[in-house]
Design a protein around this ligand. Sequence first.
Ligand code: GAL
Length: 677
Amino acid sequence: MNHPLTELNRRLGGIAYGGDYNPEQWPRETWHEDVRLMREAGVNLVTVGVFSWSRLQPRPGTYDWSLLDEVLGLLHENGIAVDLATATAAPPPWFTRRHPDARPVTASGTRLSHGSRQVFCPSHPAYAAAADALVAQLAARYGDHPALVMWHVHNEWGNHNALCYCDVSASAFRTWLRERYRELDTLNEAWGTDFWGQRYSDWEEIDPPRETTALRNPGQELDYHRFSSDALLDRHRAEAALLRRFAPGTPLTTNHLGTLEKKVDAYAFAPECDLISVDHYLPAADPDGHIDLALNADMTRGMAAGRPWLLMEHSTSAVNWQPVNVAKRPGEMRRNSMAHLARGADGIMFFQWRQSRAGAEKWHSAMLPHGGTDTRIWREVRALGADLASLADVVGTRVRADVALLFDWNNWWALELQARPSARTRYLDLVREWYEALWALNITCDVIPPGQDLTPYKAVLAPNLYLLADEHADALTRYVRQGGHLAVGCFSGVVDARDQVRPGGYPGALREVLGLRVDEYLPLRTEDTIRLSDGSVAVQWAERVEPRGCTATVRFADDAGGGPARGGPAVTRHAYGAGTGWYVATRASGPTLREVVRQVAETAGLRSVADVPEGVEAVRRTGPGGSFLFLINHTDGDVDVPVGGLGLLDTVSDGSHTKIPAGGVAVLREERPPRQA
Ligand code: GAL
């Protein structure tokens, strides 16, 4: 049997293309123009109903299906399939009025008002009852609708309301803690409550980590993150169970936030979906936002266990929620779309179809802009539809990666709790620096959690493993002993799953594999930099490393410029069992990390996807349908790449060389793909 997404693509006749469609914002006449233009653009799938709850249920107990009946019918008549949302991300005003205590409360005790979306406490039973009733009705009414091809559970779980500190959440937290620890003494031990006299003698004494006088208990806070993510996961499971019960046979997904959101562990939601979808928005302040995009896409493929996935939302141009919402340059949206496709997406969707004229997101770009069809954006949207139609053979092919990059929400939460050696050590920055080294070398990686099977990978990179659970530490040790190659970033292996420091010297769980002991962590002042023996400059962090079998490949400079660890090892390498462990004991710059990754690649026998100039992104998808090499030119100049094949899109290839214009994209169908290491 085909994977549910591949089956969906088969029904659609190719790559999924479309976006969120919110017809309730427009008069009925506009709907007809919408479907006509959707067809013109090659749209074959739209997400309907994401925020429609107040229309579908205008009053408690009263449902009104007229909007959905008509819109779904119209879409179906026009051959456009529907991803139907459960609409639970925007409880209606009547719900809040009836259940004012279901509004979320902040850590400082402020109860939030209605007037936006996701205004609900994830643990509140009144929300659960109202949401479940709606989902059951929707599923029963539309489960057999011919337009329906996919269910869209909620929308971006926890984007705005993941952490609620109300009394209902407090009580649910206690229940969650009882299940986790069973005995109060075990919790006291885990949270280290004998420090600052916080020992609990009754479960009822435990509250969420609300705003308090001074530093909060880190164990309590870490568990609150876990509990809050789990509370949303419970809601997801409840909706999914109803859909499966009342409308079996239609695959369901939820649009994950990936790296966009720290509060929700996306990896935990992945197994609860039939197919994986994600949203991604470029950080406008980042001139290399396309690298962030690639990281997110590789993580999504990790969630999908290597299978194809769906890009549920991105933007045609500017968003409206960043300080300055930079418009995409001509061609950028196409490059973004092709980069997602290259990294395994079999569907390219947008928020949203028609740009709103009212409401909070009227300044967010859309497929059909305020200016209508005589606009750059519309022309690019139409052209993209044609491009995607011509790439239908790509559907179902896979991206193969021999490297895993480890990403862990537990670690993200723990690393950024209060009172760490340096508040400047931000998880996403560390991950990004390492990912960037891989990206620059065009070595494709899967971004996966540390609990996943590592044996398929020749090398594993762990930008940071501050929190490393025992079983994950054991798995990494075994991996290297059996011949794997592992590179680890600074401040790793430090605490266990409870956030308790491993005794006997840092990096606790990794001392043996890395062949070293760290005597002291030496964070730097904001303005300080340190020189390394490879001529590069590092920032923020140093460590006093004592080799215990490892070799230093880069050292902190041997003079005052070397900072607090002057003369000591900054990058080390250690032969362990049949494998190798590298350690980078500072915030090294790009060239140093690239060299580490190059050494790892050489030792592990990894190769770049293609030999291309800097700034050209190369990713390959292969499968029974063929082999497709995607080459995305992010530079301002034309490039000539020494690879050939049958050129798709606007690619000009003479069999051994391919020209890609500035900002352009080439897709080559290869006769015989070079063996990818
Ligand atoms: C997403 C959300 C969409 C829209 C979009 C704007 O987080 O799912 O509904 O708000 O952001 O960028």
